[in-house]
Design a protein around this ligand. Structure first.
Ligand code: ZN
Length: 227
């Protein structure tokens, strides 16, 4: 799933977080033309979209914002779009955590495919990963493969959904950013934190815990290698 195809254009689902930023630079290295696609879906923190715009500019990649605010009107009872809900700070015993927005990736990838159709792009890149699986069913490979097939049938095109992080853990994602030459950029400019704090984040939400644990592991491995 990682072959180079310089003649192809790619659309990257881009939120300005660690994963999608790594994917943006990964795609930039592989494809002649890259589009960064950001979704406004009622997220509580405007800092995410601001950070995404700034990173796309630094990467020299055209930045597009699509309105997906209908998602929050369909799905107001989760902690990412509703300020009155206190987010689960760990995975509940049953079902996904209340940061799960049902259908979000399905809508995002579907909208990205329509965008790709109109911009003559065949590749759609998303930073989903099932390694650090936090209980989100739409981050797993079976969903991606099924969605790919559905989109091909829906638009009579041969799209290819690329998921470079699918089998990487967070430490390996940091390593990938480093190999792409954007370790410092990802560390300081991205917003992964569910509380909207840029860089190393609030330090206690599930996204920060995962990101910071991965960073610590990666830095330890890197130090061992360079000793
Ligand atoms: Zn946080």
């Amino acid at each position: 799933m990682t072959q180079t195809n310089c003649g192809t254009s790619a659309v990257v689902l881009f939120s300005g977080g660690q994963d999608s930023t790594t994917c943006l630079f990964w795609a930039k290295e592989r494809y002649a033309k890259v589009y960064a696609l950001c979704f406004r879906y009622g997220q509580k923190h405007a800092t995410e979209i601001e950070a995404a715009g700034k990173i796309a500019k630094m990467a020299g990649i055209k930045f597009h914002i699509l309105d997906a605010s209908f998602i929050s009107s369909l799905s107001s009872c989760n902690a990412l779009v509703n300020s009155s809900i206190v987010m689960d700070e760990s995975k509940p015993e049953q079902g996904p955590p209340n940061t799960f927005v049902p259908g979000r990736n399905m809508f995002f990838i579907g909208m990205a495919a329509v965008f790709a159709f109109h911009h003559d792009a065949d590749v759609i890149v998303t930073g989903v990963s099932q390694t650090d699986f936090s209980g989100y069913p739409d981050c797993r490979e079976p969903f991606i493969l099924s969605m790919n097939e559905t989109l091909n049938e829906a638009m009579d095109r041969q799209f290819r959904i690329e998921t470079p992080l699918m089998y990487l853990d967070k430490a390996q994602t940091w390593a990938l950013a480093d190999s792409l030459g954007v370790f410092d950029l990802v560390r300081t400019e991205t917003v992964t934190c569910y509380n909207g704090v840029k860089g190393s984040g609030c330090g206690h939400c599930p996204a920060c815990l995962l990101r910071n644990r991965g960073l610590k592991t990666y830095l330890k491995q890197r130090d061992v290698k360079t000793e």
